[in-house]
Write a protein that binds this ligand. Structure first.
Ligand SMILES: C[S@@+](CC[C@H](N)C(=O)[O-])C[C@H]1O[C@@H](n2cnc3c(N)ncnc32)[C@H](O)[C@@H]1O
Length: 220
């Protein structure tokens, strides 16, 4: 009898967890649509990325004891979640998000993680002013192991995108990746003439709309 009640209790808890997850997903989508309606160019998508795309982005990074990764444009945190599932701890991630509403949500969702409200295109200054990872040392040990970006890059002119990539490579360890997703057919930043290589993943068809992950590296 006790065992039967215990099983029922577990089943109820599972149902409750599932219902809470669905509720959180719907609320995230509402927040996202609202953000898109307020500023479509800045939000860049009508719904958050799907888990397959987020996992694909995270798959290009391997957590190590002192890894430091910066995420740009985390929105409601789907890519953040994938990075954590990949094995990164709260302390190893710094998030830079422009929308104060998304920042509030991320701080609630990931307590203890450094969530910086600011402009990711002014990457170094934003990290520095917010007391993010210390980036002053010249040693590679203080540089970043990866930057993961969901910024809607194509809404910015090409020189701005190139400037972001240049700034990113000034902060990354040699060979460390700048990871970006895009719905487009061509690389969101042309690597030509910058000593930078780029590869793309296969299409993630389960994502709506289907997207690919572009991985830029320099100096490897
Ligand atoms: C396409 S959404 C991606 C959100 C989430 N990572 C995902 O994949 O569902 C782009 C995100 O970048 C943020 N963003 C846009 N411009 C930004 C900027 N200059 N600095 C920081 N975040 C920015 C938007 O507020 C939005 O959360």
């Amino acid at each position: 009898m006790l065992k039967r009640n215990g099983n029922r209790g577990e089943a109820f808890r599972e149902k409750l967890n599932r219902a809470n997850a669905v509720r959180a997903k719907v609320l995230d989508e509402v927040k996202f649509i609202r953000s898109w309606a307020q500023n479509p160019l800045r939000t860049g998508a009508v719904t958050p990325s799907g888990p397959d795309l987020a996992a694909k982005m995270a798959s290009y990074l391997t957590p190590r004891p002192h890894s430091r990764v910066v995420e740009l444009g985390p929105g409601t945190g789907v890519v953040t979640k994938a990075l954590m599932e990949r094995g990164f701890s709260h302390q190893q991630l710094n998030l830079i998000e422009y929308s104060p509403d998304f920042c509030d949500l991320l701080s609630l969702r990931y307590p203890g993680m450094k969530v910086i409200q600011g402009d990711a295109y002014a990457l170094r200054a934003t990290l520095k002013h917010a007391g993010g990872f210390s980036l002053d040392g010249a040693e590679a040990g203080q540089k970043l192991d990866g930057i993961v970006s969901s910024l809607p890059l194509l809404t910015r002119p090409e020189p701005v995108r190139k400037a972001l990539l240049d700034e990113a490579f000034g902060l990354l360890k040699p060979g460390a990746p700048f990871i970006q997703f895009s719905y487009g057919l061509v690389a969101p930043v042309k690597p030509a003439g910058y000593g930078i290589s780029v590869i793309s993943s296969e299409w993630v068809w389960k994502n709506l709309p289907p997207a690919r992950v572009w991985v830029y590296r320099k100096g490897h």
